[in-house]
Design a protein around this ligand. Structure first.
Ligand code: NI
Length: 169
C-alpha cells in the first residue's frame, strides 16, 4: 500500500469528470487499498478517486467512530433520494481548513459495486448520506465550495493559493 497525494482546490484536475470502472481488477484493488490508507492517514471520512488524480468512478468512506468500517463504492449511482433536505457543515481533504454549509438530501439509496466487484444497494442517512453525496460530486468534478456564493468561493480560492505558495517556499 502507498500513501497518495491529494489534489488541493483550486487545482483544475479536481474538475475532471470520472469514467466508469470497467472491471474491478488488481489495479483497481490496489487503488482502493491506497485510497483507504490515504483517507485514514489524513483523518478524513471520505475520499474520491478524483482527489488523488485517478479519474474513475470510485469512492471510499468511513464514518464510524472507530475508523474500522470502510465502505467502498465502485460506479455509484443514486437510485433514490429523500424529499427532505438539510444544510450540513461540510469540509473536504482537498480544501483543508474550510468548513461551510451545503444543502443535501437527508437520505439516499445508492447502487454500486463493492471492492470485489459485487453489486450492492446501500441505504444511507444522516452523515453517511451527506458523505456519499459529497464524494459523488467529486466524481462529477464538483467541489463543495462550488455551492457557496461566488464571493465566499473567491475568498477561499485566494486563501488556498496563498497557503500553497507559502508551502512551496
Ligand atoms: Ni471532498
Amino acid at each position: 500500500m502507498a500513501l497518495l497525494s491529494i489534489l488541493c482546490y483550486p487545482d483544475p484536475r479536481l474538475h475532471t469528470v470520472a469514467k466508469p470502472v470497467a472491471v474491478v481488477d488488481s489495479r483497481i484493488k490496489r487503488l482502493i487499498a491506497d485510497m483507504l490508507q490515504t483517507m485514514y492517514e489524513a483523518k478524513g471520512i471520505g475520499l474520491a478517486a478524483t482527489q488523488v488524480d485517478e479519474h474513475v468512478r470510485l469512492i471510499v468512506i468511513d464514518v464510524s467512530e472507530e475508523r474500522d468500517q470502510p465502505l467502498v463504492l465502485v460506479n455509484p449511482q443514486l437510485v433514490w433520494t429523500s424529499q427532505e433536505t438539510h444544510i450540513n457543515e461540510e469540509g473536504c481533504l482537498s480544501v483543508p481548513g474550510i468548513y461551510d454549509g451545503v444543502e443535501r438530501f437527508d437520505a439516499v439509496t445508492v447502487s454500486a459495486q463493492d471492492g470485489e466487484g459485487k453489486s450492492r444497494l446501500v441505504q444511507a442517512e444522516d452523515l453517511l448520506a451527506v458523505c456519499i453525496q459529497h464524494e459523488m460530486d467529486h466524481l462529477m468534478g464538483k467541489v463543495f465550495v462550488e455551492y457557496l456564493s461566488p464571493l465566499k468561493r473567491n475568498r477561499i480560492k485566494k486563501k488556498m493559493l496563498k497557503a500553497q505558495r507559502e508551502e512551496q517556499r
